[in-house]
Ligand binder design. Structure first.
Ligand code: NA7
Length: 537
């Protein structure tokens, strides 16, 4: 139980990943407020605490996948590779937690189950699964966009006698695949990382694929020390560039239509991006790739050619080629030997559109044509993204209205950071902000700093509550939809619009307007005395 001295806080923060850690540091050490973080896991790290599956690593270049708020931290930390593996990112976050003495204000192994706004006291009452109750003026969701794992209901799973794991809840002591017959369901960004690594160990790996992916090579490796040092010397400029970019990277689109370029020029450009690896092909391609089906098609055709070149068996290559959606409208997976893995004799690809999974049996997975005997099943089946983690908490605002109910038809939010009817509540990288359509640490820092500014403003003016206005929320929510609908993104059945979760409303959740313009909008709102918000004294 909390001792009485600390049962009332200025702020309660849920989640101790990148977002919750910086929010704590910011409120406690910059503003001098009392803050407590609750974290379900037994350690800090959020995404990087839970996702320990084989091959788990970041898809953002390490020199921009980190906090930028502290010059010394930025210059002192050395990343070992272009894309750090999960253990290294977790080491980095633990280093940050020690450096800023964060742990003493974090309660681990503690799930927040309920948060209610008390309209008389203008405070939030927060309850944990263990029954602890505390109050706070501010309630801040730092719950992550991809933390509510999705385990689809497969008939018969409870009868399965082997071991099964979801990639988002991986055992801390690892899983030994040696001499095992392994099945993996899913071929998203997670599976694309895990499959080549599992295939190296397992006796046999059966991949159950529903939707193939356009993968691009990550091209991971050591970073030339000269390049790393030059970046460290240039961090001020790098920070400015990524803060004003579209996606939080040093990447920008080619200011030309893919259709204006000659086939030879396109081939050269595509090959250069392919060789460079990473998100260039996705986020620094011809500027009309996300807007014109014809332009998109030439990009897709290049990638289809690469799959055909890599996969030796033409029938398997055809199965691995996406045909049901446009390139880039689902999250771009980065791969290290993904397509090559399907050339291995111990790897079998099952297209569940041809032979659907009928049930899980005590011995494995039965598809419509046969039973696949398996010792281990890996569910790489993704997450109830963005709204899922917030809806899991019983959050009640004014008049007892629940957030879950309010978001029945999709998320309604002002700037992705505040919700009308839920005063003094902030959602870091919530739906309606760039979030998953950006390099997360960049968007997290922007939100944390903006929220800190709001709270400082309230303190300076002696204000009791801050709340998004319904009209401002409606306008912003419409704007988020309008920007998404102007692109090709909503044409795909992606988790960006909840299509992976049966019954979830089909609403494009992240804001596609770009990290730079979004930051500018938030800064303008603040400069206009928080336009779109109401305050009470
Ligand atoms: P994703 O990208 O949601 O991938 C989940 C995969 O699981 C995807 O291939 C799904 O197919 C598949 N899936 C989901 N449910 C089923 C069922 N019922 N049957 C068969 N296959 C299924 O999650 P990830 O973990 O890979 O990546 C999430 C993000 O984490 C990633 O984008 C990064 O930002 C980090 P579908 O495509 O829905 O047909």
């Amino acid at each position: 139980m909390a001792n009485s001295q600390h049962a009332n806080f200025d702020a309660v923060i849920v989640g101790a990943g990148f977002a919750g850690m910086y929010m704590l540091h910011s409120l406690r050490d910059k503003l001098g407020l009392s803050a407590r973080v609750y974290e379900t896991g037994n350690g800090i790290g959020g995404t990087w605490y839970w996702n320990r599956y084989p091959g788990a690593r970041c898809d953002s270049d390490s020199y921009v996948y980190c906090y930028m708020f502290d010059q010394r931290l930025l210059r002192e930390w050395e990343w070992s590779e272009r894309y750090p593996e999960q253990p290294e990112i977790l080491r980095y976050l633990n280093h940050v937690a020690d450096r800023f003495d964060l742990r003493k204000d974090i309660r681990f192994n503690t799930r927040v189950t309920e948060a209610r706004f008390d309209e008389n006291a203008n405070r939030w009452t927060i309850r944990t699964e263990a029954g602890e109750v505390v109050t706070a003026k501010y309630f801040i969701g730092a719950v992550g966009c991809l933390s509510a794992s999705n385990l689809p209901k497969f008939k018969g799973l409870e009868t399965y006698q082997g071991k099964h794991y979801h990639t988002g809840h991986w055992p801390h002591d690892g899983v030994d695949f040696t001499a095992r017959r392994v099945g993996i369901i899913g071929t998203g960004a997670t599976a694309v990382q895990a499959i080549p690594v599992i295939a190296q160990q397992a006796k046999r790996l059966t991949v159950f694929q529903r939707t193939p992916n356009f993968c691009v090579p990550a091209r991971n490796g050591k970073v030339d020390p000269e390049v790393a040092n030059a970046r460290k010397a240039d961090y001020d400029a790098i920070r400015e560039r990524i803060r004003n970019s579209s996606f939080g990277f040093e990447l920008s689109f080619i200011e030309k239509s893919a259709l204006e370029a000659s086939p030879e020029e396109r081939e050269r450009t595509f090959n250069a991006m392919w060789d460079q690896g990473g998100f260039s092909f996705w986020l620094a391609n011809y500027q009309d790739m996300f807007f014109s089906k014809e332009a998109n098609e030439v990009c897709a055709e290049f990638l289809r050619g690469k799959i055909r070149e890599t996969v030796k068996d033409p029938a398997i290559a055809e199965k691995l080629i996406p045909k049901t959606y446009l390139y880039g409208t689902k999250r771009q997976p980065l791969d290290s030997n993904y397509f090559e893995t399907f050339n291995k004799p111990n790897v079998l690809l099952v297209d569940v559109n041809e032979t659907p999974i009928e049930e899980i049996t005590p011995r494995g997975i039965r598809t419509s044509d046969r039973e696949h005997e398996l010792d281990i099943i890996v569910f790489a089946t993704g997450f109830d993204a963005m709204t899922g983690p917030l809806k899991k908490i019983d959050i009640r605002g004014r008049g007892g209205q629940t957030l879950s109910r309010k978001w029945d038809d999709g998320p309604h939010s002002y700037l992705g950071v505040a919700v009308a009817g839920f005063p003094n509540m902030f959602t870091i990288t919530g739906p309606g902000s760039p979030s998953v359509m950006s390099n997360m640490p960049v968007s997290i820092e922007q939100h944390v700093e903006w929220i800190t500014g709001c709270i400082e403003h309230m303190r300076q003016h002696g204000l009791a509550t801050m709340e998004a206005r319904t009209d401002a929320e409606a306008q912003w929510t419409a704007h988020v939809a309008e920007v998404a609908n102007a692109s090709l993104f909503p044409t795909a059945d992606s988790w960006y619009l909840g299509a992976n979760i049966p019954g979830k409303p089909r609403v494009f959740m992240p804001y596609l307007g770009g990290v730079g313009p979004y930051r500018q909008k938030c800064d303008e709102v603040a400069a206009k005395e928080y336009e779109g918000f109401t305050f009470t004294a």
